[in-house]
Design a protein around this ligand. Structure first.
Ligand code: AHM
Ligand code: MG
Length: 310
């Protein structure tokens, strides 16, 4: 069993494309995830009484997980700035003296907490101070942690995507190296299916998957839904716009851009509902939303064709 530390070190010794300071930032985020995992496992799943900038009611654990990641990142002299789903503004830590900026969704899928469903943390790491004007193409690493029956982390950097599993002694070890997703999806996860009531073309996507006898696997959390694609090496996840979310629900900075980076490094695609690469979209606002279609490349192309048929 190879530990995360050892894997990062060996990786750089062989390939020399993972700077020591970037390794340290990744390790600090993974350290924070262990505190988050403990809080999710042991603390109350109820509401906090607060509302975030997105107008969403925050659970006590949304706030707790946010604080955990904020505290650990604030302690690092390597961090220029961070941004969180739970906070209106980016927080400057070392400004121009810092080397990396980190954006994160501390607790994705928190509406699944009271059902004991899988939840996660998503993050992306950019070089330099801040996010505006950059895109997913500028990411230097991204990942997510899935807090499920086991806690696993997907880490993506230097062109590859790997899985690590948290052991009972609190150490992450490598469990899947160089994950690759096949071109054709065998499973499908259609988010925002309510959009099909007003968008016949989205209903046509559903009919297409049913006709092709694909298997529905929908968890209702972006992390577990995307994790299914990576672990089964095949699949597709969609979350289009509709009247309640004219630009889509999911956020570019700390959800879609990191997930697109992870997928692209696993030979899969991630585009918006018009077929634009998610990684090319410029970040103009911290909480900017986008539609997304992500996963097996041929199936992503097919969905875009159906959605945009005139
Ligand atoms: P959150 O970050 O507030 O938890 O919202 C993101 C989640 C995703 O995990 C999931 O794919 C989506 O929202 C589900 O949305 P819906 O409410 O349409 O089911
Ligand atoms: Mg989220």
């Amino acid at each position: 069993m190879q530990s995360l530390h050892n894997f990062l070190f060996e990786h750089n010794k062989k390939k020399n494309n993972l700077p020591a300071n970037l390794q340290r930032v990744i390790v600090e985020i993974m350290r924070a995830s262990k505190y988050a995992e403990h809080a999710i496992r042991t603390e109350e799943t109820g509401k906090s009484g607060e509302t975030n900038i997105q107008g969403e009611e925050q659970l006590a654990l949304d706030i707790k997980c946010d604080q955990i990641f904020c505290n650990i990142l604030s302690d690092s002299e390597l961090i220029a700035k961070f941004a969180s789903e739970e906070q209106e503004h980016a927080v400057s830590i070392n400004g121009e003296a810092g080397l990396y900026s980190v954006a994160f969704d501390p607790l994705d899928g928190s509406s699944l907490l009271d059902t004991n469903g899988c939840v996660g943390t998503i993050f992306g790491i950019w070089e330099g101070n801040g996010f505006i004007g950059k895109s997913g193409n500028d990411l230097v690493a991204a990942g997510y942690i899935q807090y499920g029956p086991r806690t696993t982390a997907i880490l993506s950097f230097a062109g590859n995507t790997h899985e690590f599993t948290l052991s009972e002694i609190g150490e992450y070890h490598l469990s899947k190296e160089n994950i690759s997703v096949h071109e054709n999806a065998t499973i499908f996860a259609m988010g925002n299916l309510r959009a099909s009531t007003e968008r016949p073309e989205y209903k046509a996507v559903l009919d297409y998957f049913l006709e092709k006898k694909k298997t529905l696997r929908y968890a209702g959390g972006m992390v577990p839904d995307i994790n299914s694609i990576l672990c089964k090496h095949s699949g597709i996840f969609t979350y289009p716009s509709h009247s309640a979310y004219p630009k889509g629900k999911l956020r570019l900075l700390y959800e879609c851009a990191p997930m697109a980076y992870i997928m692209n490094n696993a030979n899969a695609s991630a585009v918006d509902e018009f077929g634009n690469n998610i990684s090319d979209i410029k970040i103009t606002e911290l909480h900017q939303r986008t539609s997304i279609v992500l996963g097996s490349t041929n199936s992503v192309e097919k969905v875009i064709e159906i959605l945009n048929k005139k």
